[in-house]
Design a protein around this ligand. Sequence first.
Ligand SMILES: Cc1ncc(COP(=O)(O)O)c(C=O)c1O
Length: 481
Amino acid sequence: MPKRYEMVANYIADQIYSGLLKTNERVLSVRQCANELGVSISTVIRGYELLQDRLLIESRPQSGFFVSQRFELPAAPEASTPEQRPVEVNLGQLALTIIKSSQNKQLIQLAVALPKIDVAAVAQLNKITAQIAREQCRANQSISVDNISEYDSPPGNELLRRKIAQRLLSGGVKVHPDEIVITVGCQEALVLSLNAVTKAGDTVAVESPNYYGMLQAIETLGLKALEIPTDAKTGISLSALELAIREWPITACVLAPSYSNPLGSCIPDSRKKKLAQMLEKADIALIEDDINADLTYANHRPRAIKSYDKTGNILLCSSLSKTLSPGLRLGWVVPGRWLERVQHLKLCNSGANASITTLAATRYLETGTFDRHLRQMRQYYKRQRDYFLQLAARHFPDDIRITYPQGGYILWIRLPQGVDGMALYESALEEKIAISPGTLFSVNQQYNDFIRINYGQENAQNLEKAAILLGRLMREMMVSD
Ligand SMILES: Cc1ncc(COP(=O)(O)O)c(C=O)c1O
């Protein structure tokens, strides 16, 4: 639960970020705010101090508090307009270079999609893992399903599958644990799903821009990607997808409908239903990447498209990587009518998951603390988003465009004219700041005027340092253009 003064700050901040209160407008007086929220004057004063620290409001002598003069939320980028034809994917080594650089502790890390898991959850998970190892030493069992030196086998630990089935209910998905296959992260779930529903040479429709891990999976399976226009708020264009279905022989469609990477878009529920029906009718399998849905800033996670699946046409993929620990490498897929095929592929691909992490995650989920931890994470990310947008408004050039995600921790930023994303990536790296160049998120290298940043990882001081430096580099590049 946020403290009372934080609630005051959030109450005013929400009005500013939603546009209800604009630059230079007067904020509620301390007394009015105290009456309106039923809190003490001193609580409001502390809340307003926090807002001043975040540079959202400023105090003007004899006049009260005002929305900071320099605050104006940057506009969102326009919907993408990719070249719509199936193409072979060839991303090269850039993704690997960036992922390797995420290990470099000297860098301010805004590049990779690493989550920030709160210390209490990490400590609890570590404790459980150590406990399991200790129990195993004492028991000295020879054969037991809970023995960490035994092989697990597809579909994976039953208790974990039961826990996942329970959690899926909040996305409107009702499945039996036996319909779930445990995987090595969401990445394996996506690769197994693609492998199950396609053969080399087939065409897969994808959102544009798209998570490079998905594009690489398409590349390694010898598939072609067909990029579809996508809006930063509402996700993939249904009309463009409908046209593409008429024009091209599409076998599968891959979507991250709830807080996509890098756009952060969320498809409205009514459209999710339509999408499920459209793809079902066209006999196109839908691979749904649900990995960020639990990181919503709303009270409840959005519905999964899978909740509208009547015939097993949707393969739902997710993991605990963004919500609990990427190092667990624990994911799952609900493969619908491809259940047997996916189990077979899992056996061929990695056999099974590591038993110790499976047991630790299962026991953690049994503690019942996961939802509380998620609520804290969501609030933290929302604050970080607001803070970084505020920094961007202050330090970046005026014609910047930035998404305004309602979940997750990723921003997609269109650079000012004349600034090249790759050049900015290289210059920022020399100054020890890691960002992702936009070119990584497309098969046609068309997002060179974009970058992606993770606002979740770093503390306020480092975010400010990065925003000042990125702003300066952008201005220098604009001048030298
Ligand atoms: C949208 C999306 N899907 C899937 C993955 C892969 O997740 P995992 O680490 O669970 O394999 C990522 C990781 O960044 C991602 O951003």
